[in-house]
Structure formats: structure tokens, C-alpha cells
Design a protein around this ligand. Sequence first.
Ligand SMILES: C[S@@+](CC[C@H](N)C(=O)[O-])C[C@H]1O[C@@H](n2cnc3c(N)ncnc32)[C@H](O)[C@@H]1O
Length: 367
Amino acid sequence: MRNTLAAVQSLFLPYIETSGISAFDENNPFPSTRYQGSKNKLTYWIWDNIKDLDFKTALDAFGGTGSVSHLLKRKGKQVFYNDILKFNHIIGKALIENDSAKLTDEDIDFLLSENKNKQDFIQKTFKGIYYTDEENAWLDNIIYNINQLNDEYKKAISFFALFQSCIIKRPYNLFHRANLYIRLSNVTRSFGNKTTWDKPFENYFRHFVAEANNAIFYNGLKCQSRNQDALDLDINDVDLLYLDTPYVSNKGIGANYLDFYHFLEGLADYENWGNKICDKYKHIPIKSDKKCPWIDKNQIASEFEKVIKKFRNSKMVISYRNDGIPSIQELFDIVDKYKDKVSVIYSRDYKYALSNSDVKEVLIIGQ
Ligand SMILES: C[S@@+](CC[C@H](N)C(=O)[O-])C[C@H]1O[C@@H](n2cnc3c(N)ncnc32)[C@H](O)[C@@H]1O
């Protein structure tokens, strides 16, 4: 080992806002999102700690909502966004790769119009599981209309707005349980917000289209959205690699993004959805052929090593939490094998949704 782990606690608090929109870079703010693990509320803190690194191109290999890609795009970098899930890749197309396409009022009117040809897959398959019958019919209709659009970027913005609308109307903002009853039962709750869940899809759809339209801009460089396993990417000469992988808790529980968001992955491939579902479970998830190694406590450290080794010629910035597997010391040791200089920065305490413990966000920077 060449470096020793001398952690710095960053003087800057993670940027925590209440409006749902990051307030810095007012010109093209990143849209609000309730995606699990999104760094949207931390982009100010991340930028503050990486702004002195010299780089022009960046790969966000586990891009999720694209909040970090969008930050780097705003900062004038050529960004390669990637995520293994198709629905996220579509979000990357809408907000990162897309330089100029926006949805007009006419497009929105078309998307919201009743279409006689719509199918009824969601109404039949997901009855009583996530949304009401009326909402399921609304989803079957809009997805039909979205798939009629010819412009791939307008289509992607429509999907983005649809996905965010679906997330915000779900208890816990997830699809991991068949729990529509939580929304509908008339009981006192210690969490969630019935008014938010019950607001019509159309209101949210219009809201998220406006947020997406506002986030679209050209930074002078061609950015891209990819849809691959990070280890299969053929991008070799990027200046900076940003890693924000799924997180495994110290109890060994991994964040299974396909299980959390299978419904959105299904919407992204509506025609083939029926062939992919697994109806032995009440929540009708999408079958997955192989277990994701990033959510296995026994495999995640070696996955980190593989991806760090693959991109050893790039500067790298890794986001993780101080209470997970692998530990920060283990991650530090892996980066130290491949990079000359390694530094570790801890945030002050950061409160996660659905978590009672105060944890720290950590950045490991290798140069
Ligand atoms: C913690 S989230 C990233 C959050 C993101 N930084 C943001 O701000 O929204 C991790 C992401 O990794 C993706 N993912 C999981 N396994 C992957 C793999 N092997 N290759 C690429 N992406 C993967 C998941 O779909 C998920 O969106």
C-alpha cells in the first residue's frame, strides 16, 4: 500500500433542499426525483470536492437518474452516461444525450388524448397491485401514444415524465410489494402522503414534462447515453470515471434496482413485457436470468476491483456510504492498487429516506 487512509471531513454540508429541485445552476436545474440512491441532493457537495480535478470527458457508469451526469454536463464536460436498466438509459437519452428536443403543448395534448387502439396489458396484469383500475387504463393509453412518437428524444422525455409520475404515486416510491391497499385504506399513517399518491397522473405528467424541458440544453459537446453492464463498456480513454454502484448494507442486504423498479422497466418495453414477467410473486416482477453481483455481499468487492482495474488509466471518483460492504478501508485499498494518489472525503451526517440511522456519504478520489 502506498497511501494511508487519512480521511477528510468536508467542510461543506451536503446540499439539502426542500423544493425538490437543486437550486444551483439555475439555468437548467436537474428535475426532482424520488429515485432510490439518487445523488441529486448531493451534487453541490460532489462538485465542490472534484472541481479541481483536470478532466474534459467523464463516464457516469452507474448513472441512475443522471443527476451526476447532468451536473457534469452543466460544468461543460463531455459526458458518457450508462445504466444497465433500459428505463434509466431512456432517462439518460432524454436529459443527457438530448441537446435540444423538447415536448410542445401539442405533443402533450396528443400524449394525453384518448386512443381507441390502446391495449389493456396493465389493466389485466396489474389489477389491484400498484394503481387503481382507472389509473391502469390511463397508463395503457399513454404508453400507446408515447410509442407513436417518431422523435426518439421526444419519446424519451415522455418516458421520463411517465416514470417519475409512476414513482411519486407509489408508497415508498417503489414497486417491491403489491401494496395498493396501503394507498387506499383509511387509516392513520406514520409515513407517506395520501394526497400525493392520489393526485391524478395527468397533473404529475405535465409537471415532470415541464421540469425535463427546462433541464435540456447543449453544452457544446456531444454527450451519450449507453445501456450496458459497466464491465462491458467499450469506452477506454475517458478522463474521469464516476462510480455510484448499488449499495450493500452492513447486514448484507443489497439495493436490487430491477426489483425496486421492474414496473418502469416493463413500461420501457411494453410490447414484450408479458414475456418477461414472473407471476409466481404477487408483485409480478420481471424475471432476471442472473443474480446481480453488485448486490451480493460476497461478490461486490471483487466487482469493484474489476471495474477499477478496467478504468485504471482514468481519474476516478467513487461514491459510497460509510456503513456498507465493502468498508471504506477495503475500497481505499483497491483504488490504492491502481492509482498513485487516493483521498477520502466524508460528508457530515446525511439522512436517507426510509432510514433511521445517520450515515455519512463518502467520496474516494483516485488520481
Ligand atoms: C446508486 S444508483 C445510481 C444513482 C445515480 N448516481 C443518481 O444520482 O441517480 C446505482 C445504479 O446502478 C445501476 N446498475 C446496477 N448494476 C449495474 C451494472 N452492472 N452496470 C451498470 N449499471 C448498473 C442501477 O440500475 C442503478 O440505477
